[in-house]
Design a protein around this ligand. Structure first.
Ligand SMILES: O=C(O)CCC(=O)C(=O)O
Ligand SMILES: [Fe+2]
Length: 310
């Protein structure tokens, strides 16, 4: 079993239990940077439906999926949206190209032409029944029911002023991804996530594919019933002046079944320029995100702080 801690979103959201749960969250952020989120309010049927629809998309002929590739996307950067074939991304140069295929989307708004915004070229119901619909419904559930509650608790722990979260996450920048790790398995390399935090909805499988690096060794993070996984990203580590951990992780999928995972990478408003509480770090969200995309997609240096990691 894993000894990863559990934090209750219901307790963080209720006046009677908030203070105590926030103190637990503080310790978890300082020591682990990774935790299970329980009592999060997302129905397991909604996750299962999204995974079923995703399976149907990935089962399409390769040529049909590649019509939604980066070259077909009308957003900047084009690598932020659409279909990525098997071995199309590399999270750590030493691990090599990752054995996974994916689809990326975001907050869908055609008239927003800022970086990481816009509208994804995504298959409609006639091509992939329920795919876009279920992913966007899940996005709405996550953005309404989890992100503000968890984000405000984290902002308070950072010691930010009261309206800091509302000012800098209206709206957040969202990279929503669906990943399929085929049954043939392999390793998606060690990396950190670049954002504020990541919410990971996983398929309930007995495999221990996701692994977290702490106390100098790999600890498995199996999917537990009715819980999401949360990990802190590099922006949150910077905003906490290094107190909170953006913990390295990797996926070693051993099969025998395929695995679908649904991460939501949550970043602040793309126009935000943020300074940590003690003033040690100031960054532009757009610049930091673009730098991370350049590292993954142009330089081949991997994701987040991958190149600082062995
Ligand atoms: O699929 C997973 O379990 C985690 C994926 C991940 O860490 C990532 O894509 O950044
Ligand atoms: Fe990650």
């Amino acid at each position: 079993m894993t000894n990863l801690p559990k934090i209750s979103l219901a307790k963080l959201s209720s006046d009677e239990t908030r203070a105590e749960e926030q103190q637990r969250l503080r310790v978890v952020c300082e020591e682990y940077g990774f935790f299970y989120l329980i009592e999060h309010g997302i129905a397991k049927e909604q996750i299962a439906q999204t995974i079923d629809a995703s399976r149907r998309f990935f089962a399409l002929p390769q040529a049909a999926k590649e019509r939604y590739g980066h070259a077909s996307q009308d957003v900047y950067p084009a690598t932020a949206r659409g279909y990525i074939p098997l071995h199309g991304e590399m999270l750590h140069p030493e691990a090599g190209p990752d054995p996974k295929e994916m689809f990326d989307l975001g907050i869908e708004n055609e008239s927003d032409r800022r970086p990481f915004a816009g509208r994804t070229h995504i298959p409609d119901d006639a091509i992939a029944p329920g795919f876009a619909r279920s992913l966007l419904a899940l996005q709405a559930t996550v953005l309404n029911g989890v992100v503000p509650q968890l984000g405000m608790a984290l902002a308070e722990l950072l010691g930010m002023e009261e309206d800091w979260f509302r000012r800098h996450f209206s709206p957040p920048t969202v990279l929503q991804r669906v990943i399929r790790y085929p049954s043939t398995g392999g390793t998606a390399g060690k990396h950190t996530d670049g954002g504020f935090f990541t919410l990971l909805l996983q398929e309930e499988l007995p495999t221990r594919s996701l692994q977290v690096w702490f106390r100098e060794r790999w600890t498995p993070v199996p999917s537990l019933p009715d819980s999401l996984v949360v990990n802190l990203g590099d922006m949150l580590q910077a905003l906490s002046d290094g107190r909170f951990k953006s913990t390295p992780h990797q996926v070693v999928h051993g099969g025998p079944a395929e695995r679908i995972s649904l991460p939501f990478f949550i970043y602040p408003d793309i126009d935000a320029r943020l300074t940590s509480r003690q003033g040690n770090h100031t960054f532009s969200v757009a610049e930091m995100m673009l730098r991370n995309f350049e590292s993954v997609w142009e330089k081949g240096n991997g994701g987040g702080r991958a190149r600082e990691l062995q």
